[in-house]
Structures are given as C-alpha cells and as structure tokens.
Design a protein around this ligand. Structure first.
Ligand SMILES: [Zn+2]
Length: 239
C-alpha cells in the first residue's frame, strides 16, 4: 500500500549502514515513522529530506506496519534557519514539542499548519522576533494539544489577573491573589504580563530577558502538567 502525504521532518536517527529512520509530522496522518534508505551515501537523492524542519511531499510504502519513503519532493528546507543559531534553536523547540506531545497516528492538521507557518515566518519573516514568535507558537500548540494555558484570566474565578499572579501546578493554570490555594506558587507579574502581551499581539518588540523568563515558565509548566521539558529551551535561553 502506498500513501502520499505532506510532511515536516521532526527528527532523524541513523539506522543500519546507510539508512535513517525519520519521524515525520504529516498533514494527513499525524506523526509517523518512516525509513529513508541509502540517505547517508554520498549524493543520495533524498538526503535533504532527513534534515529537521524540511517541508515536503513524500510517497510512503507500507508493509507489515512499517513505512518506507519511496519518493520525496522537497518544498522548503527553510534554509535561513540553519544560518542563525537563535532561529535554529527556536525552530528546534517547536519540533521537539511536536515530538514529545503529539501521539503517533493521531491526525493533527491544525498543528501541522501552525508548525509550517511558524517555520516559514521564522525563516523568512521581516523583523521577526524569534523568542516572541516561539512563545506565541507554544501557546497555540499547547491549546491544540489539550494543555491550554489561559494567559488572560484566572483559572479559578475567570476574572482578569491584576497585580500579582500565582501558578497552580495542580490545576495547570494561572490564578489570582484571591483564588490562591496552598501549594500555588507566586511568580513574576512582569513575566506573566509579557506572556499575555505577546499572546494578545500587544507586545511586538522583543525583550530578551523577559522572553527568556516566559520560556523558563513554559518549561516549568510543561514539566508540571505533562512531566516533559524541552531540552532546546535552556539552550535557546543561554544563547
Ligand atoms: Zn481568581
């Protein structure tokens, strides 16, 4: 059986002498694995397909539950991401998120479109702020994967949060001073305001330190609600 899909390459690991196993996020079938044969040989035709972020159309042959790529047409390798280390790691955070949070075989076309849009704006957008763009992408991605974090209102009373903010690991939400319960942790209101401003589009220029604090908060949030943290986030923060 063969299948034609649009996909973004999330990850690739060496396999046998000259092959690689790719993790692909497809528009049609969600995340799946596929073997790319002979791609580590010199001048291999499908070499570029194995690079992370590559957006392409591939034909997969399925046999005994295993996929092999038989044809690939590359649409965009988002080359500028590979020449700028900050953009590269912002993009890495996004594909790492997809790897960690999307279950195999579950259709995720909205997420796919968000990811392609994010990679495109990060690679080609004029005056794009990489960390802010990542914050917006992660907020949207969390919502699409069932871990929505409301940046506007208190998760308990639904009122806007003013002055002080607390994070409830148990509820997986931000809470206001009056709703704060035991175990909820206060965090910087400046960090919260920055997150809210980037998500609403009110903040359009990037403050590196504030953006870093929001990314730290995101990693703490992911750890609290899903037990996962993204390795690329601390690397991006340290750049
Ligand atoms: Zn409240």
């Amino acid at each position: 059986m063969t299948l034609k899909v649009h996909c973004v390459t999330l990850r690739s690991v060496d396999y046998r002498d000259s092959d690689r196993i790719l993790t692909l996020l497809t528009a049609e079938k969600g995340k799946l694995s596929a073997a790319a044969k002979g791609v580590r040989k010199a001048n291999a035709k499908m070499k570029n397909l194995t690079e992370p972020f590559t957006f392409s159309e591939v034909v997969l042959a399925e046999k005994n539950g295993r996929n092999t790529v038989t044809e690939a047409e590359i649409f965009d390798g988002f080359y500028p991401l590979r020449t700028d280390v900050v953009r590269y790691y912002a993009a890495s955070c996004a594909v790492e998120f997809a790897n960690a949070f999307l279950p195999e075989g579950l259709e995720a076309s909205d997420f796919f479109l968000s990811l392609v849009g994010f990679l495109k704006s990060l690679a080609y957008g004029e005056g794009v702020c990489p960390k802010n763009a990542l914050v917006s992408f992660l907020a949207e991605a969390l919502e699409q994967s069932g871990y929505r974090l409301d940046p506007e209102r208190c998760g308990r009373c639904g009122e806007p949060i003013r002055g002080e903010v607390f994070f409830s690991a148990q509820g997986g939400c931000n809470v206001c001073r009056s709703c704060k319960a035991e175990g909820d942790k206060k965090y910087s209101f400046e960090t919260y305001s920055y997150l809210r401003g980037v998500c609403s589009g009110e903040i359009t220029s990037e403050d590196g330190e504030k953006a870093n604090n929001v990314l730290r908060f995101f990693n703490y949030y992911l750890q609290s609600v899903a037990g996962v943290s993204l390795r690329s986030i601390p690397i991006l923060i340290d750049l």
